[in-house]
Design a protein around this ligand. Structure first.
Ligand code: CA
Length: 227
């Protein structure tokens, strides 16, 4: 597995290189966005670890440029804790995952392994599962009415949208509550995990109760079946 690390903090970049190499990965490092983008376009990486605030070209733009060039290498965004970055925006620009600094190698490796498993897959501009269509860039959702094929727009809050997008991007998997908390809330979320159920209920109320299935003990899955 070959990973590109784009990180301008020299010490962190060096630590990432040695940590990932110790896990048996081949690692290239770029210290600014322009070099990072060039390498990502020229070399076949299995994943890219991308910092946000970078000289030359920010992680946002690198990510968007790669996706615009139809390069679907999985991207894990590194973000500082101070709110410089909104995870929901991160997913919108075509990143696959994000991690808040400081992070542990165990968590980083677990996330990278998950990205390796999923591999590079095209990210359609508009997601569609059964009668539900979701446009991540516009943050709009539509429901097709079964009797007349009319598209009815559904109003969702930002969090409801983020949850639905996360589930729809993984419609072929059962998604655990922990995964949802980590990605739609925050890795450090330490509130009541039942918040996920509350939001799933809200989505069911708006989209139809059967569209999001509960898999006992495992998690949730969006299914094409009628609502
Ligand atoms: Ca930085």
């Amino acid at each position: 597995m070959r990973v590109l690390v784009v990180e301008d903090e020299q010490r962190l970049a060096a630590a990432l290189r040695s940590g990932l190499e110790a896990e048996g990965l081949a690692v290239d490092v770029a210290h600014d966005g322009i070099d990072g983008l060039w390498l990502a376009r020229e070399m076949p990486y299995d994943a890219i670890v991308l910092d946000i605030l970078l000289p030359g070209m920010g992680g946002y733009q690198v990510c968007a440029a790669l996706r615009a060039a139809q390069i679907w290498t999985p991207i894990l965004i590194l973000t500082a804790k101070d709110g410089e970055w909104d995870e929901v925006d991160g997913l919108d620009t075509g990143a696959d995952d994000y991690l808040t600094k400081p992070f542990s190698y165990a968590v980083l490796m677990a996330r990278l392994r998950a990205l390796f498993r999923r591999g590079a897959h095209p990210r359609p501009a508009v997601l569609s599962v059964g009668a539900v269509r979701l446009d991540p860039a516009q943050r709009r959702v539509w429901l097709t009415e079964t009797d007349n094929d009319n598209q009815v727009e559904v109003e969702l809050t930002a969090r409801e949208h983020a949850l639905l997008e996360f589930l729809m991007r993984r419609a072929d998997e059962v998604v655990s509550k922990r995964d949802i908390l980590d990605h739609v809330w925050d890795v450090d979320f330490d509130g009541d995990p039942n918040i996920v159920e509350v939001y799933v209920s809200r989505l069911r109320a708006k989209l139809g109760s059967a569209r999001i299935q509960t898999r006992r003990g495992a998690g949730y899955q969006v299914v094409p079946g009628a609502g």
